[in-house]
Write a protein of this length. Structure first.
Length: 346
């Protein structure tokens, strides 16, 4: 099957074409960072309006890149949730309308399942079963994966997601939007020995996360340093960014190692926007490698929201016979635990 994938869950418009015989044929992405930067975060209405402007031109772009016509498409997958409802509706409406017009099936895909499966697009993909760390602006979850749609939630953030904590820390440090890459870049200049931030919940049993306390500790440190005669200097900001990033990275690594040991598995897959963090990748490889545990990541271009992951996930489910029904709708909230293998969902 040749499947067109459409991703419009938040502030990036992604469109791609995946061929089950030839792999990824074309992939295009438009980021709305410049639109939302002046507001310090995503404005849902602006996001929806820009998806309307960009999605069809990106469809034409990937078709041209793949040297295909619309009539060469065998199915259309789109992100049905979770995400911003208005943004999701743009992709869903366009995807389902195109599918109806072309006489091909459509299918709504879970956004986080797309992220989870993104590493499968690599030349040497991981083999199930494995533990997946899904870490992004809206989610921090550890999931046991035994196959497509066979997911068991092991732990998740009880408050802020890791990516959300990065964004809020960036805002406190006045680094602008998007926050995660800005904090990581500033942390490269920081002194790792100056501040020692807490590693939340690592001494408690279980695999859940909590980053709100770390965020509060960061705010308190910023306030204390700002009261000094010279105020909060650039050096202070870099050192705080480094301490914050180190605390998040250490917490994620400890929990991943714990999850692998608990499940008796030796393969970790990491996906989502925060999976692009270089310090996190290096720490996982350094800590897990000597214990014979393998770590897989998506290509850097597939860490953020993208159409390729939706096209791939859609193709796997459509090949197994899964299709949209007349009452399929987008969902702002959609627990991964509600997903089922294609044979059951079809």
């Amino acid at each position: 099957m040749r499947v067109l994938g459409i991703e419009t869950s938040c502030d990036e418009t992604g469109v791609a074409i995946y061929d089950t015989a030839r792999g990824l044929l074309a992939d295009a992405l438009f980021s709305q960072v410049a639109i939302h930067a002046e507001y310090g975060g995503v404005v849902p209405e602006l996001a929806s309006r820009d998806h309307i402007r960009k999605t069809l031109p990106l469809v034409d772009k990937v078709l041209a890149e793949a040297e295909l016509l619309k009539t060469d498409i065998d199915g259309i997958a789109y992100t049905a949730g979770p995400g911003l409802v208005g943004a999701l509706m743009v992709g869903a409406t366009l995807g389902r309308s195109m599918a109806r017009g072309l006489g091909v099936p459509s299918l709504g895909i879970h956004h986080m399942e797309g992220h989870l499966l993104a590493p499968m697009l690599a030349d040497e993909p991981p083999q199930w079963p494995f533990v997946a760390l899904l870490v992004s602006g809206g989610h921090t979850q550890l999931v046991r994966v035994d196959g497509l749609g066979r997911y068991k939630l092991l732990g998740e953030s009880l408050d802020d997601a890791a990516g959300e904590a990065f964004d809020k820390t960036a805002k406190m440090l006045e680094l602008g939007y998007p926050g995660g890459p800005a904090v990581a870049a500033l942390a490269e200049q920081g002194n790792p020995a100056r501040f020692d931030f807490p590693r939340p919940m690592v001494k408690r049993p279980g695999l859940d996360f909590s980053f709100s306390g770390l965020k509060t500790h960061t705010r308190t440190t910023i306030a204390a340093e700002g009261k000094k005669p010279q105020g909060l200097t650039d050096i202070d900001k870099a050192d705080i960014a480094r301490a914050f990033e180190s605390a998040v990275v250490d917490t994620l690594v400890i929990k991943c190692r714990r999850a692998l040991k608990q499940e008796g598995l030796r393969t970790l897959v990491m996906a989502g926007g925060v999976s692009a963090n270089k310090r996190l990748r290096a720490a996982l490889t350094e800590k897990l490698g000597p214990e014979g545990m393998g770590v897989y990541y998506p290509a850097p271009s597939l860490c953020t929201d993208n159409g390729a992951m939706i096209a791939y996930a859609g193709a796997q489910r459509m090949v197994a016979g899964e299709r949209d029904t007349d009452d399929t709708d987008v969902r702002a909230r959609w627990p991964m635990t509600e997903l089922a293998p294609p044979s059951q969902a079809a």
